[in-house]
Design a protein around this ligand. Structure first.
Ligand code: FEO
Ligand code: CA
Ligand code: CA
Ligand code: CA
Length: 639
């Protein structure tokens, strides 16, 4: 489900020119330096190239259609933690069964499916040990069950729920290879049935109350966890993205349900065996998903929290920046066609750790108080962050926004009322704290300009946009700007595509190696923007994508726009997530759904028809997995 808003909007047409605006250079503020100490430490040891941009020091890899991971000469990529391997909970480490005969209870102790956002949390200072927190976005039921889902059953629903969510694993560099440490006191799974507390203005709201939870303050589970972010206080943020597909709605949904994409026929049919996903019986359960969740991976006994102050959306992820005076700003895209881009500014400053409590504990309510904004990108390169505050502008009780909780639960409707810009599927956001540039991948939108749909505008300039673009901005106007400013200046870093295409809208303006459908973004300590791609299996290597190859990861120097291909993935996969150790010497990247079929659901009679990655010949099933990438000479990645 990528498309829930059929309303039209005004059309502008302007392709933005990355060269026509000056970009402001900002210092790494003291507050940020303190807050992101490991990142700043890595920065101090790295030089940037003359001319202001980071040097891309590797030879690019060519496009590939092979069923393998390829990295540049001098690099090595090792597979780590594939779907189904035990996460390492002491006394509970069931081995993966390649015929998918693990039970639901076993799956709840193993790596979930469809690895996505990921982050490394160092343990100690030597860069050789740490935790990986990662998302498991969704499942391929054709691979998850021995006989697929010709018939749904309660066991299959429970196993699918156990394969969703988030994993925390401990990893260490031993004998030159990254390995999962088992058992580990940190090893943990969060699934579709893990209790989450609810924080922020919508906690306890009548729209979040259900028969099972009359207080509206405890939700079972997180699902469709897509991109991830980290906080300076050491926690993990994860976005609930395509949750609407998991609910069965009435034949005639009401306006609220329609705006959020609820319909009677669902791709995922959990409702027949878990009644809370039947919105005809429990309509408010539907409102309890679509949040950013916060997890403290360092505290295995901590309760994860859904942060309602950040707004409800088909959240891709959440990316944190810090204002000069030490408040947190969280950017988040909503990945559906014609949806929005948000930022949250905390009311309070980030607190330091104290005696006897961690920074995570000191900031356990920081994301519960603040202001949510939605972006409007204007044709002249300026823009506005519009506040989603009840009682301001059109967000009044008379217009259906009774209180702040409802504004947050109905963030889409509130953004409609404010006239925010309807974007081409905002995916990951990445921030360069030194330049104050913020980047967002707008992955594609083939409905742009179709009859009855919004046409191109300045920020989303192409009709039938199958290729996607990366937009960038700085908040504020001039050196006085900061991440909390309510104005912005924007342009396009690039429009993706292939110049060999006949159709102008599919050519793009990439300086360097061609690609399509940017999705994951990550700015490293040197300022390199790493780009992951997500072309769907049905389109991959055909038509206008014929020369682009399998999904891939590229490095971009934002100062020059130069793009170099760094990694190509196996057949049918998406490349997603990126995290680099503080010493800059290991990069972890996720390979999601190798062997994805054009129809998105595998045939259990031929599970390896498209891919045998990573287990190779004799594999029972292709498996999502993390890849740990190092240089053979031990150098810093990308230099
Ligand atoms: Fe889950 Fe928008 O990618
Ligand atoms: Ca994504
Ligand atoms: Ca995507
Ligand atoms: Ca995917």
């Amino acid at each position: 489900m990528e498309d829930s808003d059929p309303s039209a909007s005004a059309s502008l047409h302007e392709v933005s020119d990355p060269a026509r605006r000056q970009w402001l250079q900002g210092g790494l503020g003291a507050a940020l330096a303190a807050a992101f100490a490991p990142m700043a430490a890595a920065l101090a040891g790295c030089a940037t190239a003359a001319g202001g941009g980071p040097k891309l020091g590797f030879a690019p890899v060519p496009p590939s259609t092979a069923d393998t991971v390829a990295v540049p000469e001098g690099y090595v990529a090792d597979v780590l933690a594939p779907w189904g391997d035990p996460v390492g909970i002491a006394g509970a480490m069931p081995a993966f069964k390649p015929d998918a005969s693990n039970s639901a209870a076993e799956q709840a102790l193993q790596m979930g499916m469809h690895h996505d956002g990921i982050h490394f949390y160092p343990l100690g200072d030597d860069g050789r040990r740490g935790l990986l927190a990662m998302n498991h976005e969704y499942v391929d039921d054709g691979l998850l069950h021995t006989d697929g889902i010709r018939d749904w059953s309660a066991d299959k629903v429970r196993k699918a729920q156990a394969a969703h969510g988030v994993s925390v694993i401990e990893v260490a560099l031993r004998d030159g290879r990254w390995q999962v440490v088992r058992p580990s006191r940190y090893a943990r799974r969060f699934t579709a049935n893990t209790p989450f507390a609810v924080g922020g203005p919508a906690a306890g709201h009548p729209m979040l109350r259900t028969a099972a939870d009359p207080a509206g303050r405890t939700v079972l589970g997180t699902i469709n966890n897509c991109a991830s972010g980290i906080t300076p206080w050491g926690t993990y943020l994860s976005g609930e993205e395509n949750w609407a597909d998991y609910f069965k709605g009435p034949a005639t949904p009401d306006a609220h349900q329609r705006r959020w994409g609820l319909g009677p026929d669902r791709w995922v049919r959990w409702s027949g065996h878990d009644e809370r996903f039947d919105a005809t019986k429990h309509p408010n359960e539907f409102n309890r998903f679509g949040w950013i969740v916060e997890i403290d991976p360092m505290d295995p006994s901590s309760t994860p929290v859904k942060r309602t102050a950040l707004g409800r959306a088909a959240h891709e992820g959440a990316t944190v920046a810090v204002t000069r005076d030490g408040r947190a700003v969280v950017y988040s895209g909503e990945d559906e066609r014609f949806e929005y881009l948000y930022k949250f500014v905390s009311r309070d400053r980030i607190a330091p750790a104290g005696q006897g409590f961690s920074a995570a504990q000191a900031n356990r309510e920081l994301l519960d108080h603040g202001t949510l904004y939605v972006a409007r990108f204007d044709a002249d390169g300026s823009g506005r962050w519009l506040p989603l505050v009840q009682g301001q502008g059109p967000l009044t009780a008379a217009n259906g926004f009774a209180d702040q909780g409802q504004v947050l639960i109905d963030a889409r409707q509130a953004s409609d009322a404010l006239g925010a810009t309807k974007m081409d599927r905002p995916e990951w956001v990445a921030v360069d704290a030194r330049t104050r540039e913020v980047f967002c991948a707008l992955t594609n939108n083939s409905a742009r300009g179709q009859p009855g749909r919004p046409g191109p505008d300045a920020a989303n300039p192409r009709a039938n946009n199958v290729m996607g673009q990366i937009i960038r901005w700085t908040d504020g106007d001039g050196r006085d700007g900061d991440f909390d400013s309510t104005t912005l200046r924007w342009n396009h870093l690039l429009l993706a595509g292939d110049p060999a295409n006949a159709r102008a809208e599919a050519r793009g303006n990439v300086r360097g190696d061609i690609f399509a459908c940017p999705d994951g973004l990550y700015v490293d300590a040197r300022g390199v923007l790493w780009i992951d791609t997500d072309v769907g299996a049905a389109a991959m290597n055909q038509g206008e994508m014929a020369r682009i190859g399998n999904n891939q990861m590229l490095a971009c120097d934002p100062a020059t726009g130069e793009v170099r291909r760094f990694l190509t993935g196996p057949v049918g996969c998406e490349i997603t997530g990126c995290t680099i150790t503080p010493d800059g010497r290991t990069m972890f990247v996720n390979v999601q759904h190798p062997g994805e079929t054009p129809g998105d659901r595998s045939d259990p009679a031929a599970p390896t028809r498209w891919s045998t990655w990573p287990d190779g010949p004799g594999a029972g099933r292709p498996r999502s997995a993390t890849v740990a990438i190092c240089r053979r000479d031990g150098g810093v990645i990308g230099t």
